[in-house]
Design a protein around this ligand. Structure first.
Ligand code: ADP
Ligand code: MG
Length: 343
């Protein structure tokens, strides 16, 4: 009798969920990323009880066919990559093909979806059956996730207060809205609209982005922020850095995106701090919203299950570039201020 046994798929998915789904905000992140990958122009998120009772994400993206709907819930099933080569140059948010399978193993899930070319939509509730039923739905997809962790009470116990879990979702949605100005976003909690932003067409981005920044980070940030928009040797950095006088006691306004992905990178954090070093009290935190864009092959996004971390092929060049550009932006401001005082 062998002691080793292959685990049943349901348990495999629950184990994967342990990596990907830490809390309601993790579910929101996976579903919104799927909507972005589907080319959505609008993403509406509705939650009840800070997501532990209900998370609904509705998009107007590509939608899914009747054949694809059940596959979306199979483990390691994805439409986004087909080979190692495609993994190494992946430009979509997702590629692991694990999120929906994981989420359906720890919550009651239902998806309705319709493609442009289909006469009607299809609904699938994978916890009940893998048969799709016809349904009325506009082009796009609605995923509902009810009773998160209903079958894993130990996980459910680790949820923090409703206020904390809501704040995680609220912050995440604001980050998405800053990273993807071309998309309209709304967040509704307990039937109350928390925020709503219409999509900004590319041609009006420069003109209208400040209003989105103000709506999400406040007028004070915007008034103190300096614009960065530069590109060199395959790297481009754009966004706003607040001048040192605006520095905060927390890191809540440190937003960094790599190719549209919300990323926390210790080394980038250091590079930014270093750029502020001579102008910032050590206990204060700089505030910024910055988007770094580079060739997908220059960055490995397959480092962490939630993709919160990335690895740069040439980390040194990235850090130096970020340091230089922020340092320059801050120094230019200082010069302008000094001139004002002496003149
Ligand atoms: P991944 O995003 O890594 O591919 P997921 O489990 O998140 O894995 O999703 C599985 C597949 O389901 C995706 O590859 C995509 O084809 C499809 N899918 C998921 N969400 C949506 C959506 N909102 N719109 C269209 N297709 C979707
Ligand atoms: Mg996904």
């Amino acid at each position: 009798m062998p002691h080793i046994a292959q685990l049943p798929p349901e348990l495999v998915n629950q184990i994967a969920a342990g990596e990907v789904v830490e809390r309601p905000a993790s579910v929101v992140k996976e579903l919104v990323e799927n909507a972005i990958d589907a080319g959505a122009r609008r993403i509406d998120v509705r939650i009840e009880e800070a997501g532990s009772r209900l998370i609904e994400v509705r998009d107007d993206g590509s939608g899914m066919s009747e054949e694809d709907l059940p596959l979306a819930f199979a483990a390691h099933a994805t439409s986004k990559i087909r080979s190692l080569d495609e993994l190494e140059s992946v430009a979509t948010m997702g590629f692991r093909g694990e999120a929906l399978a994981s989420i359906a193993s720890i919550a009651q899930v239902s998806v309705s979806s319709r493609r442009e070319r289909d006469a009607h939509g299809w609904i699938l509730s994978p916890n009940e059956s893998l048969e799709c039923r016809p349904t009325a739905h506009p082009v796009g997809t609605t995923v509902t996730v009810a009773d998160l962790f209903y079958n894993t009470p130990a996980r459910r116990k680790f949820l923090r207060t409703e206020r904390t879990e809501f704040s995680q979702i609220d912050q995440l949605m604001r980050r998405f809205a800053l990273a993807h100005p071309g998309i309209g976003f709304s967040l509704t909690h307990q039937g109350r609209l928390v925020f709503e932003l219409s999509p900004l067409p590319r041609a009006q981005l420069a003109e209208q982005m400040p209003a989105r920044i103000e709506a999400l980070l406040g007028a004070e940030f915007l008034n103190r922020a300096r614009r960065i928009d530069s590109a060199a040797s395959g790297l481009s950095l754009s966004g706003w850095v607040a001048d040192p006088a605006y520095a905060r006691s927390t890191t809540d306004q440190q937003l960094f995106f790599v190719n549209g992905r919300i990323v926390r990178d210790r080394l980038i954090g250091f590079a930014i701090r270093r750029a502020y070093a001579d102008v910032l009290h050590h206990a204060r935190q700089p505030a910024y919203v910055l988007a770094l864009d580079l060739e997908p092959r220059a960055v490995d996004v397959n480092v962490h299950p939630t993709k919160a971390e990335v690895r740069f092929r040439d980390a040194r060049a990235v850090q130096d570039f970020i340091f230089r550009e922020i340092h320059r932006a801050l120094a230019q401001g200082a010069v302008a201020g000094a001139q004002q005082e002496s003149g």
